[in-house]
Design a protein around this ligand. Structure first.
Ligand SMILES: [Zn+2]
Length: 208
């Protein structure tokens, strides 16, 4: 805990002082981010670090494996859907970016049933990506590919599934159709420091 306090003091003395005007404008004028970024909780994949963004730039939503569930307006506690709704309907963001990443623990749990056995919430949450697991395992194992190929394929698929599920939200679909909103897919490879973008034409990730 002391590390956090020390870190805050450094932030306060350096970063905050340097950007005092920005913080003041954000405090009085409110936030108006143009981008909703949906990423994984993974501590190694911090969107504001990766994209060198400033406070107020990104509305960040992080959960296990950067997943968006399908639109389901019922009495459940839909934390992810609520954040998507706030960003789209209240903040009117112009872009939604889904950011997947290499070495995702959520995807590992999805592929390795034992890893998520006994979990209260993780296996149920990862059900959102079950079709990805089935497809990746069928493709890679039948072709004699190592499990790493299935894992990477699944990590890519979490991005595609979230993008497809976003379109089940009527107010997302409506804005995408009339050009007010665009949905993008990215994938970050931590080891190489490489970023890939999902090309909707080929449905493949291209390095940027
Ligand atoms: Zn992850």
């Amino acid at each position: 805990m002391q590390g956090l306090i020390d870190g805050f003091r450094r932030f306060r003395e350096n970063y905050f002082e340097e950007k005092r005007e920005l913080f003041s404008a954000l405090a009085t004028g409110g936030q108006a981010p143009k981008v909703l970024l949906i990423g994984c909780c993974d501590s190694r994949v911090d969107p504001t670090t990766i994209f060198c963004s400033q406070p107020g730039d990104l509305f960040v939503l992080r959960n296990v494996a950067n997943l968006v569930p399908p639109y389901a307006p019922d009495s459940g506690h839909h934390g992810t859907s609520a954040a998507v709704e706030f960003a789209v309907r209240n903040l009117e963001v112009k872009h939604i970016v889904v950011l997947g990443h290499a070495g995702c623990g959520g995807v590992k749990a999805l592929l390795d049933q034992q890893a998520s056995e006994g979990s209260d919430f993780i296996s149920g949450w990862m059900e959102i990506a079950r079709t990805a697991r089935d497809r990746a395992l069928a493709l890679t194992l039948s072709a004699g590919q190592p499990i790493e190929s299935a894992r990477r394929m699944c990590e890519h698929e979490t991005v595609a599934i979230s993008m497809a599920n976003l379109m089940t939200f009527p107010w997302v679909r409506e804005r995408v159709q009339d050009g007010r909103l665009a949905v993008h897919g990215l994938y970050f490879d931590l080891e190489d420091g490489a970023l890939f973008r999902l090309d909707p034409g080929t449905n493949a990730f291209q390095r940027v």
